[in-house]
Design a protein around this ligand. Structure first.
Ligand SMILES: [Zn+2]
Length: 95
């Protein structure tokens, strides 16, 4: 006898199209959060973690761009007093 209760994911999914309309998520609820059931995709904790992960990536990207920017400024500053001829000669040497 199968006594296992099947929960449905409680999330309403937005339908494609011009007008906002919603249909219940078709997936089975497999994760319980505060008495509500969610499928793997709509698990609020997983979604939160995903956002936090994205925030972390954004932060790293921002830091990387900031460093690049600082480097550009430093490079411009360094090259300001150099002639194009000098830079070309120097570049030729490093090749
Ligand atoms: Zn769902």
């Amino acid at each position: 006898m199968n006594t296992k209760i099947h929960h449905k994911c409680k999330v309403q999914v937005r339908n494609e199209g011009m007008w906002p309309s919603y249909h219940p998520c078709k997936f089975k609820g497999i994760i319980e959060r505060d008495g509500e059931w969610y499928c793997k995709k709509h698990d609020p904790v997983a979604i939160k973690e995903k956002y936090e992960q994205q925030d972390k990536l954004d932060e790293e990207e921002y830091k990387r761009k900031d460093e690049q920017w600082q480097r550009d400024i430093a490079m411009n500053h360094y090259c300001k007093n150099l002639t194009t001829e000098y830079m070309e000669t120097h570049q030729a040497k490093t090749k």
